[in-house]
Design a protein around this ligand. Structure first.
Ligand code: FAD
Length: 395
């Protein structure tokens, strides 16, 4: 059989899930894909290799111009799109790179959502329009060097000084930190954990870049150092106390990850299918070996299942019936399934599988972070376990 006669005609999603999408949803998807093809795909392997995104502000502006920042929020310059449209955008962004999807997730679902959901009218008016437009970048500081899966044990604290607040502490692994104009920071107070809107030019605030990452290299990851950062009373989220505040935001971002991970999976699967048709061994395309086809079939199956789960959760979110343990099902399954798809694709590409000339190992390395952030596999397993048994087994 000649390689010319072998073509990928059907795409890698065989179940016809497209039929379940509306025309508007497909339009969002194709607009995001077009943006990625222009602004991300030609450059991202190089950004990953160098560990640096060229002109991150220009890219953020382009994302804002398309309405992708805080796109599922209403008002204040946000696009007010459906959860499914937001999910499809995450999928297309992550098909390019998990780091770019992370930029959008942290901006929209963590920093902007926190201000939109818990902020004062003044905070919303000040920050949301410029963040939606991509003119200001936000980050979200919850994790600390000694408080990751257990954020309730955070050490960062805010004390009252007259009507001011004074924040001291360190945050770790904070996406967008070094380039952010505004940080949503969670801190212990005499009144429980509270959230603060911190302009990053406040004296005492710094955000050193975390180097030496081998994952999510096309993403800015930082420490936040808060050294007696003085803020006015108007900087605090007025009502929310305790972990309910940050967890409500994480739930939003996790939802985007459920979709996004399937984008990385699709890209790896497409690469693998293409490669099997071009690469010949033993006088035949490797696509013609049953062992290779078994791998491809398994990958396609897991991709389809992950996509269906994402769409189901999205439809629930759009009808306001999505529960946190359902998001955990998706966050537990989809990054894990995507990573497995990438690992299998890597084997199919043989030696080329470890090269940045192909997207597969980049996605694979990225997904190691996606597996861990926004709640590790173990945390989401425990959430599902608690939902099944009624017994929390976190400690
Ligand atoms: P730990 O909590 O120390 O966990 C280590 C291991 O122990 C894990 O396998 C964990 O599952 C396991 N474990 C812990 N407790 C239990 C238990 N009770 N039972 C069983 N196993 C357990 N955070 C932010 O706040 N903002 C961000 O923007 C952000 N961006 C990130 C970007 C990247 C690239 C990365 C890698 C992380 C980012 N994070 C961010 C932090 C991320 O959310 C944490 O890394 C994650 O919550 C895990 O915390 P940890 O790394 O401290 O691991």
């Amino acid at each position: 059989m000649s390689t010319q006669s072998l073509q990928v005609t059907t795409g890698v999603e065989l179940a016809g899930i497209d039929d379940l999408l509306t025309v508007d949803e497909r339009l969002v998807r194709s607009s995001v894909r077009a943006l990625c093809e222009e602004h991300v795909d030609p450059f991202v392997a190089d950004w990953f290799e160098r560990g640096e995104i060229d002109d991150i502000r220009g890219l953020t502006k382009a994302l804002g111009d398309l309405g992708l920042l805080g796109m599922h929020l209403d008002g204040y310059g946000c696009a007010g799109m459906s959860a499914v449209s937001y999910g499809l955008a995450c999928l297309e962004l992550e098909a390019s790179d998990s780091g770019i999807r992370s930029l959008v997730s942290v901006q929209g679902s963590l920093a902007m959502f926190a201000i939109w959901r818990w902020g004062t009218e003044e905070q919303k008016r000040e920050w949301l329009p410029q963040m939606a437009a991509g003119e200001a970048i936000g980050c979200f500081g919850l994790t600390e060097p000694d408080a990751g899966s257990d954020p309730g044990s955070m050490q960062t604290h805010a004390r009252r000084d007259g009507s001011d607040w004074v924040l001291t502490g360190r945050k770790m692994w904070i996406t967008n930190g070094t380039v952010a104009d505004v940080a949503v920071v969670w801190a212990q107070t005499d009144d429980g954990i509270r959230g603060f809107v911190v302009p990053t030019d406040a004296p005492g605030f710094s955000a050193p870049l975390i180097k030496h990452k081998l994952s999510l290299r096309a993403s800015v990851t930082s420490e936040l150092v808060l050294d007696e950062v003085r803020l006015p009373e108007s900087a605090v989220f007025p009502e929310v106390r305790g972990l309910k505040g940050p967890l409500s935001c994480l739930n939003e971002a996790r939802y985007g990850i459920v979709w996004g991970a399937m984008g990385a999976a699709r890209s790896a699967l497409e690469s693998a299918v293409r490669y099997t048709l071009q690469r010949e061994q033993f006088g035949r395309p490797i696509a013609s070996f049953q062992l290779t086809q078994a791998k491809l079939a398994e990958m396609s199956l897991e991709y389809t299942k992950g996509l269906l789960l994402a769409l189901h959760l999205g439809r629930r979110k759009d009808t306001h019936t999505l529960r946190p343990e359902q998001v955990s099902l998706g966050k537990l399954n989809n990054p894990r399934a995507a990573l497995e798809i990438c690992r299998t694709a890597r084997t199919i590409l043989g030696g080329n599988g470890i090269s940045l000339e192909f997207p597969v190992i980049r996605h694979m390395n990225n997904l190691e972070s996606v597996l861990t952030y926004e709640g590790t596999v173990e945390m989401h397993t425990l959430v599902v376990g608690q939902a099944l048994t009624g017994i929390p087994a976190f400690r």
